[in-house]
Write a protein that binds this ligand. Structure first.
Ligand SMILES: NC(=O)c1ccc[n+]([C@@H]2O[C@H](COP(=O)([O-])OP(=O)(O)OC[C@H]3O[C@@H](n4cnc5c(N)ncnc54)[C@H](O)[C@@H]3O)[C@@H](O)[C@H]2O)c1
Length: 358
């Protein structure tokens, strides 16, 4: 079996806690050859623990000739720069979210990949989250009819004072966690660019100047209207999912979903009647709801905004990614799909009047 030699830029929550932690469990697929971090103690500890080479900056890791794949898990604003640099050095790239801050970033990375004949893929492991996949399955099944509204809430409450709260680091909820719920709703929206976007942001509990409260609405003719709230300042958080269809609806959390639907074929037709009702009542009829529910099969649960992501999704992502690199399989998210997501982020910023970075 072909083992992919990996170098990871950044050894923080993501580079160490997600990528190294998983990759070390599948040495037959991926071998961690090197890690890089600006913090000397951090990279020394990682390299000792993983038994790999240590670099003190991204550039040195990228120059390492014995690496096939570079995982970019440094700060948000640096992804596109290091991804392009690694591609030009002949490496494949797995780039953490956000997959660049602008469409221009995405296009530059795609052009660099094409010129180098290498693969670049955005790390969107939450595309494999069980609740999202179940919601997608129910919506696509047609059982709740034509879906016309989707509401997704990632509510949490807590103060933060790290780099992810600062605009100079391209922090804020949209750039930080935003790519995950955005990926979910763009998929359910139909994987196209919305025609209209409304967005509003606020900053309430964070110490930096970027948003910790984000709400946006995506609209397009023939597509469900999508409403997303991604907030670290909701003490009384609402359920993650609420979906409306013409025959029923769905609601629930990452652990438990319930949906109900009506079978109109078993009910009398209701042609329009313009006369006042004889008994002065409003129209009403008994609805014979059919119901179903789902419990997450794995013990993994999402703990909300800011919590560590489930590990099972990372495994599914990486197992597919291995096939992308070795067998030419389709990536979890194609470059074209990634471009739609980043373009939507630009539309959200424009609607909310916020910059990607200052
Ligand atoms: N996919 C996910 O679920 C997920 C989860 C967490 C973080 N992330 C993403 O991962 C990235 C890193 O976030 P984090 O939470 O790990 O932050 P972090 O602060 O915990 O770690 C970032 C690390 O990168 C290092 N670094 C920065 N620039 C570097 C450079 N030029 N060369 C070498 N090392 C460098 C820093 O020293 C730091 O140790 C962010 O873009 C974030 O959005 C993704």
């Amino acid at each position: 079996m072909n083992t992919i030699r990996v170098g990871i830029i950044g050894q923080g929550r993501s580079g160490w806690g997600i990528h190294a932690e998983f990759l070390r469990t599948v040495p037959e697929l991926f071998k961690i050859e090197a890690v890089a971090d600006l913090i000397p103690e951090r990279v020394a500890q990682s390299a000792a623990d993983l038994g790999c080479r240590a670099y003190h900056d991204a550039e040195s890791l990228i120059a390492d000739p014995d690496i096939d794949l570079v995982v970019v898990s440094s700060y948000n604003a640096t992804h596109a720069k290091y991804a392009e640099m690694a591609l030009r050095a002949g490496k494949h790239v797995l780039c953490e979210k956000p997959f660049g801050l602008t469409v221009a970033d995405v296009d530059a990375m795609a052009a660099a990949a094409k010129a180098a004949g290498r693969i670049i893929v955005p790390f969107q492991q939450r595309h494999y989250e069980e609740d999202f996949l179940k919601v997608k399955e129910i919506c696509e099944s047609g059982i709740i009819g034509d879906v016309f509204r989707i509401r997704l809430c990632w509510h949490g409450f807590g103060r933060r004072w790290d780099w992810q709260t600062a605009r100079c680091m391209a922090g804020g909820n949209l750039n930080n966690n935003g790519p995950h719920p955005l990926d979910h709703v763009i998929t359910l929206f139909g994987d196209v660019l919305p025609e209209k976007v409304w967005a509003e942001t606020g900053g309430y509990l964070r110490s930096g100047d970027a948003e910790d409260d984000l709400k946006f609405i995506l609209q397009g003719k023939g597509h469900p209207t999508v409403e997303v709230e991604l907030a670290n300042c909701w003490a009384c958080g609402q359920e993650r999912w609420n979906v409306c269809g013409t025959r029923g609806g769905l609601h629930g959390t990452d652990k438990h979903l319930e949906w109900k639907w009506v079978d109109y074929s078993k009910m009398p037709p209701r042609p329009l009647d313009l006369h006042s009702t004889p008994d002065r009542s409003y129209n009403s009829e008994k609805i014979d709801w059919q119901t179903a529910s789902w419990d997450a099969p794995s013990a993994e649960v999402n703990l909300g905004a800011g919590a560590p992501p489930p590990v099972g999704s990372t495994e599914k992502f990486y197992r597919n990614f291995y096939k992308v690199l070795t067998e030419g399989a389709a990536p979890t998210i194609s470059l074209e799909q990634a471009r739609i997501r980043v373009a939507t982020m630009e539309m959200i910023r424009a609607a909310a009047g916020i910059p990607a970075k200052i």
